[in-house]
Design a protein around this ligand. Structure first.
Ligand SMILES: Cc1cc2nc3c(=O)[nH]c(=O)nc-3n(C[C@H](O)[C@H](O)[C@H](O)COP(=O)(O)OP(=O)(O)OC[C@H]3O[C@@H](n4cnc5c(N)ncnc54)[C@H](O)[C@@H]3O)c2cc1C
Length: 392
C-alpha cells in the first residue's frame, strides 16, 4: 500500500503530475492516494521530499493444514438469498462430507426468518452474519469483510456464484488473500489422493474442459455458473450455529450510488407466448404502441419491445426482449420498426418464424427474418389488421 507521510509532504504536486493512473488527488490542498493506485511506485521515485512510502500489508499466515471448511458466499437480493447460493450449498455439502470438514455460509447483511427456516434444509454447520454499516454492495468493502473472515477462520474452500457480484468480488478477494481463483467452474470434486479441490471449467472457447487444482495456496476460491448444480434439500433439518460479526468499515468515499435500477421483471406470459408483436424505435412515439397492441390482440399475441424504447420511457422494462431483457421462444415473432441489434436478436434466437417490418431494406433484422416487409409500419400494420379482422 502506498502512503503519503503528511509531515514530510510539501504539497508540490509533482507526484500527482507524474502518476500515470490519476491515482493522486489534491483535496483541499492535501494530496491523497485514491483507489486507482497500481503501486507502480513512480510517485515514490519522483517525490523530492521522500514523503511517499510503500507499506507492506500483513500477509495472511498460511499454514495450509490450518485451513479447514467449505464456505459459501451467500449472495443477498434484499433479505433473500439468490437461488445460486442454494445450488452452491448443495454442492458444498457434498464436498464438505468428502473432506469431513464443516459446511459454512457467509452472509453480509441479514436474512429474513423464512430464509433462515429454509437454510435448515442444507446441512449447514455455521452461518456467519456480517453486520456492516453500509448495506449497499461495494466490492472493496465486501472484500475487506471477507478478508477479515479468511484471516480469522482460515477456510479451505470458498465458493461464489458467477453472478455479476461474484465475478467481481471473488477475484478481488483472491488477490487480497494472495491466492488463486478458478472462474466459471462447471464441475467441482475432491481429489481423493491429496484432498485438493478439483475445479473444472471450459477452456479454448468451450472446446475442452480443464481441471485445475491449487496445491500451494489457500483458500481455494472459485466461482460457479448459476444453474450448473442442482439444488437439493435434505429431508432432515439441521439448525446451524449463527455467528454474528460486527465489522465497521468506512464507506468507500470514492464511490457514490446515484441511482439503483431494478432488475428487469420477467413477464412469464411473454416468455411463454406463442405470438409476439414487438415495437421498436421505428414507432417514433409512445402512442405507436397502440397500433402494436392492436396487431397483437388481432393475433391473440403479446406485445414486446427493444431496450431503446424502454430507455425512452415509452414502455415498461418488463416487455424488453434481448440480452438484458427476456429471452423468448414464440412460434411467430413480428418485429416492427426494429433495427435488429445483436443485443436484441439474442433474445429471439429460438423463435420459429421471424417477420420483420422495416422501411430500411438494409436493416440487419432482415438478415435473420424468415419473412420481411419493406415499408412504413404505419401503412403496413393497419393493412395486416384489416386483412385478418382487427380486434381492439
Ligand atoms: C450492453 C447492451 C445491452 C443491450 N441490451 C439490449 C436488449 O436486451 N434488448 C434490446 O432490444 N436492446 C439492447 N441494447 C440496445 C441495442 O444495442 C439497440 O440500441 C436497440 O435494440 C435498438 O432498438 P430499436 O431497434 O428499437 O431502435 P433502432 O436501432 O433505432 O431502430 C429503429 C428501426 O426502425 C426503422 N424504422 C424507422 N421508422 C420506421 C417506420 N415508420 N416503419 C418501419 N420501420 C421504421 C429504422 O429503419 C430502424 O431500423 C443493448 C445495448 C447494450 C450496449
Amino acid at each position: 500500500m502506498v502512503k503519503i507521510i503528511r509531515e514530510k509532504c510539501i504539497n508540490c504536486n509533482i507526484c500527482k503530475e507524474k502518476c500515470p493512473f490519476g491515482a493522486i488527488e489534491n483535496k483541499d490542498n492535501r494530496l491523497e492516494i485514491n483507489e486507482n493506485c497500481k503501486e507502480c511506485m513512480i510517485c515514490l521515485k519522483n517525490c523530492p521530499q521522500k514523503a511517499i512510502i510503500q507499506e507492506k500489508i500483513d500477509k495472511i499466515d498460511k499454514k495450509l493444514e490450518d485451513f479447514k471448511g467449505v464456505y459459501i458466499f451467500g449472495e443477498l437480493e434484499e433479505d433473500k438469498l439468490h437461488n445460486a447460493t442454494y445450488e452452491l450449498l448443495t454442492k458444498g455439502g457434498e464436498l464438505a462430507e468428502k473432506l469431513e470438514e464443516n459446511l459454512g455460509l457467509i452472509i453480509i447483511g441479514n436474512v429474513c426468518d423464512e430464509e433462515k427456516n429454509k437454510l435448515m434444509e442444507y446441512g449447514i454447520d455455521d452461518i456467519y452474519l456480517f453486520n456492516i454499516n453500509d448495506k449497499n454492495y461495494d466490492c472493496k468493502t465486501y472484500s475487506n469483510c471477507l478478508k477479515n473472515f479468511v484471516e480469522k477462520n482460515k477456510p479451505n474452500i470458498l465458493l461464489f456464484s458467477a453472478t455479476s457480484m461474484g465475478r467481481e468480488l471473488a477475484p478481488y478477494l483472491a488477490s487480497q488473500c494472495e491466492t488463486g481463483i478458478t472462474a466459471d467452474c462447471t464441475k467441482l470434486d475432491i481429489d481423493e489422493s491429496n484432498k485438493l479441490l478439483k475445479q473444472t471449467r471450459p477452456t479454448f472457447g468451450g472446446k475442452m474442459l480443464a481441471t485445475i487444482t491449487m496445491p500451494n495456496h489457500r483458500p481455494q476460491i472459485c466461482t460457479v455458473r448459476p444453474g450448473v448444480f442442482e439444488e437439493v434439500r435434505l429431508t432432515e433439518k439441521k439448525a446451524a450455529k449463527y455467528i454474528k460479526e460486527n465489522v465497521v468499515f468506512n464507506k468507500n468515499e470514492n464511490k457514490e450510488i446515484l441511482k439503483k435500477i431494478n432488475k428487469v421483471k420477467r413477464d412469464s406470459e411473454l416468455e411463454n407466448a406463442e405470438i409476439i408483436v414487438a415495437g421498436g424505435m421505428g414507432l417514433g412515439k409512445k402512442e405507436g404502441f397502440d397500433l402494436i397492441k392492436k396487431l397483437a390482440n388481432s393475433l391473440n399475441g403479446k406485445i414486446a419491445t427493444t431496450r431503446a424504447c424502454v430507455e425512452e420511457g415509452w414502455i415498461d422494462s418488463k416487455y424488453q426482449i434481448g440480452q438484458t431483457g427476456i429471452n423468448v421462444s414464440p412460434k411467430i415473432y413480428i418485429a416492427c420498426g426494429i433495427s435488429g441489434a445483436i443485443q436484441h436478436v439474442a433474445g429471439v434466437k429460438n423463435a420459429n418464424y421471424i417477420i420483420a417490418i422495416n422501411k430500411d431494406k438494409n436493416a440487419p433484422i432482415f438478415e435473420i427474418a424468415d419473412y420481411g416487409i419493406i415499408g412504413d409500419l404505419y401503412e403496413v400494420i393497419p393493412r395486416i389488421i384489416e386483412k385478418i379482422g382487427g380486434k381492439e
